[in-house]
Write a protein that binds this ligand. Structure first.
Ligand code: MN
Length: 326
């Protein structure tokens, strides 16, 4: 599969690299590293992301400012990175299919729907960046320090600095290779960790005050309303650490964050610690993700109903798996 995906990229003339809406470091890392590699060839390469305001925190990544919110006039190949489903791109599948010959799907999500003409989905895997790195390595592509930085950053961010996700000895040897190629671990950590805006800090304070513990403390629940963002001055991207803070509470097995979007719909984020596969819950409601980190969106349900169904799934999960570590 590493060969097939790379051969398709090599054959292409006009390539669009697509990351998911509200991008994280992993999805951008894939696209920006591929951009660095491919812009050195005679192909036309474009970076697309449908999000209006890209996270400021990721501005340090090379070629961040080359990302566009519109598709180029002409393209033959689309490479989608870190998207479990095509709709995560914010694009319409039929429109893209009409305009391009090949969709290449590169991912590491357990719930990936294999939407591509070529699917390079390695799951479980620490990050989509590791999948991209292995594709490049196995095809003998030499990486610049910029490409190495992007892939290192995506992996360290997606694993919470090697705290969760699928991390094994191969992850560490791949990361070591990226450092040898020029990725600077100190610089990347500073950019990702020591860069907290005051508004984000204030939002955490709000979260600490308003978290609810249910089911004898095994479920941690937080609502973030638009009003909370307004009051603290925080942006949507500033909500991303909160769910992890709640999961980190000692009694919590499942953390739930319900975020009210500007249009009144909800984004539901789920995290688990030991034994509950939250990707199964997310999949039931049209979302997806990993064993320990998943999510879904809902425009039809009231917030209280979301709480009800999620708690119901938790109870079912507890019955099915028990409360033992697996
Ligand atoms: Mn990822």
């Amino acid at each position: 599969m590493f060969k097939t995906a790379w051969q398709a990229i090599e054959k292409a003339r006009n390539i669009v690299l697509v990351s998911h809406i509200n991008p994280d470091c992993d999805t951008l890392g894939c696209c920006l590293a591929l951009y660095d590699v491919l812009k050195r060839t005679d192909k036309n390469i474009y970076l697309f992301n449908a999000t209006e305001n890209l996270p400021r925190k990721l501005q340090f990544m090379p070629y961040f400012y080359e990302i566009r919110a519109s598709l180029p006039a002409e393209f033959d190949t689309v490479v989608v990175c870190d998207c479990a489903r095509f709709d995560r791109t914010g694009l319409d599948m039929d429109t893209v299919k009409k305009r391009s010959d090949t969709i290449i799907n590169i991912d590491h999500h357990l719930t990936n729907s294999d939407f591509g003409d070529i699917n390079l989905v390695i799951s479980p895997n620490a990050s989509a960046c590791m999948v991209v790195y292995n594709m490049l390595k196995k095809n003998g592509v030499k990486l610049s320090p910029q490409a190495a930085l992007s892939l290192y950053a995506g992996t360290i961010d997606d694993t919470g600095f090697f705290a969760y996700g699928t991390i094994d000895d191969i992850t560490f040897s791949d990361m070591s290779e990226l450092v040898k190629l020029g990725a600077d671990p100190n610089l990347i950590s500073k950019q990702l960790k020591q860069s907290v805006p005051l508004a984000r800090f204030r939002l955490k304070q709000h979260a600490a005050k308003s978290v609810d513990l249910l089911r004898s403390g095994m479920v941690g629940l937080i609502f973030i309303w638009q009003e909370d963002l307004k009051r603290t001055g925080a942006k949507r991207e500033d909500t991303e650490d909160i769910i992890n803070l709640i999961r980190d509470l000692v009694s919590v097995e499942m953390a739930v964050m319900i975020l009210e979007e500007e249009d009144g719909s909800f984004k539901v984020s789920l995290r688990s610690k030991n034994y509950l596969d939250v990707s199964k819950i997310a999949l039931k409601f049209g979302g997806g993700g990993h064993f320990g980190a998943a999510g879904f969106e809902s425009s039809m349900m009231h917030a209280e109903d979301i709480v009800k169904i999620v708690l119901n799934e938790f109870d079912k999960g507890i019955k099915e798996y028990g409360t033992q570590k697996q």
